[in-house]
Design a binder for this molecule. Structure first.
Ligand SMILES: *[C@@H]1O[C@H](CO)[C@@H](O)[C@H](O)[C@H]1NC(C)=O
Length: 226
């Protein structure tokens, strides 16, 4: 029993490796995950968190490019990270936070208008080592619904929470500078952002609802990456 157990232990890593490389088929195993639907109030903001996967070996310079289309799969491009293009309907209202090492990113749309209610599709392009340029896109996209919550009763609540967080921010700023001027304010900024999210999320949708992962963790990593 001893030798055979040892043998199987020795063989285990090799068989695992062989199994995993066979399982990923570049022709079918690629995709983009993004939330099926989101809703946010007019005047508020939203963020579409997405992640992508594939099993091509990337070129030395993969030249990752992210684009976003609206309406349908072949719809108008409203954003392109390579060209730094933003459709005129979204001027000064769109930004992308890309985490290339995690194959993911977040698209923010601020100051939402009723007309922003639409379906949004993330599109990914990379240069691969042996298979040239590859482009793929989410098929269902994200359905964004614009509600009219923020401008009526939610406004007073939002005003209050902004005031509160401003006070908090001042306090944090002072303590942060006393200890470590560089690192602390950043970390506190993360906490501040999280608490602001929580306090303003009760009347309306939270500004960021990542698809299935823990919201706090994702939020934190976004703040850290800035
Ligand atoms: C972004 O624009 C560039 C230049 O026109 C284009 O080659 C690329 O395919 C676009 N990116 C995506 C993901 O469609």
């Amino acid at each position: 029993m001893g030798p055979s157990l040892l043998l199987s232990l020795l063989l285990l890593p090799a068989s695992l490796q062989a199994g995993s490389s066979k399982e990923c088929n570049p022709n079918i195993d690629f995709g983009v995950n993004q939330p099926a639907s989101l809703s946010a109030p007019e005047g508020g903001s939203t963020c579409i968190s997405f992640s992508y996967f594939h099993c091509w070996e990337l070129a030395k310079d993969p030249r990752l490019s992210i684009a976003v289309r609206r309406t349908d799969f072949h719809g108008e491009v409203i954003y392109n990270s390579t060209k730094r293009f933003i459709h005129k309907d979204y001027k000064n209202r769109i930004s992308l936070d890309l985490r290339e090492d995690q194959n993911s990113g977040t698209l923010y749309i601020r100051n939402l208008r009723k007309k922003d209610e639409n379906r949004y599709f993330c599109r990914v392009q990379v240069e691969t080592l042996r298979d040239g340029k590859q482009v793929w896109q989410s098929i269902p996209g994200t359905k964004l619904t614009i509600t009219d919550g923020l401008q009526t009763k939610a406004r007073t609540v939002a005003g209050e929470s902004v005031q509160n967080t401003e006070e908090k921010y001042e306090n944090i700023g002072i303590t942060g500078q006393k200890t470590e001027p560089k690192l602390d304010p950043k970390d506190d900024g993360g906490i501040l952002y999280a608490s602001l999210t929580l306090s303003s999320s009760s009347p309306a949708a939270p500004p960021c609802t990542p698809s299935k992962e823990s919201p706090q963790e994702t939020l934190y990593s976004i703040v850290k990456a800035q």
